[in-house]
Design a protein around this ligand. Sequence first.
Ligand code: NI
Length: 185
Amino acid sequence: MVLPIVAYGDPVLRKVGVEISKDYPDLAKLLDDMFETMEKSKGVGLAAPQINKAIRLFIIDSTRMYDEDEKNDGVREVFINAKMIKETGDDWPYEEGCLSIPNIREDVYRNETIRIQYLDRDFKKQEKEFNGLTARVIQHEYDHIEGKLFIDHLKPLKRSLLKGRLEKISKGNVDVSYKMKFPKK
Ligand code: NI
């Protein structure tokens, strides 16, 4: 089932997510719905706050970001109760977007490599290192479960220039092809 994606301005996007346990109601169905929702909206990641649940859960699929001839072929993975261990390497810019903030893309600087602890879909403990675009997607989604958005990384001037467009998004005054829930509509 495709779930509506919460738009910018909804307080749920600013909440720090709480950890979940293995008996979280209908978790398998929730994960299936999240993957379906992410694919339908052509996203490469989706965090639970974006579907109106302030819990520490996100999914990513960076496989579509890599060309076939590249060595790295991306990652499709579930991250439950994730904890960032460290972020290392040079800051590099990449033009990010967010399904909750449609039609706005801006350069964000982030570290090249991350080390992260999490539980996978089967609640098996994992600790892995990721880099490049996959690390980038994880960093973006990890921000979501901390109540942060990619626009928080922009310089104050740049952010203030986006204010009007962000206000329009929260009112539903935006051209978007997937189902959304707008806080001020
Ligand atoms: Ni996002």
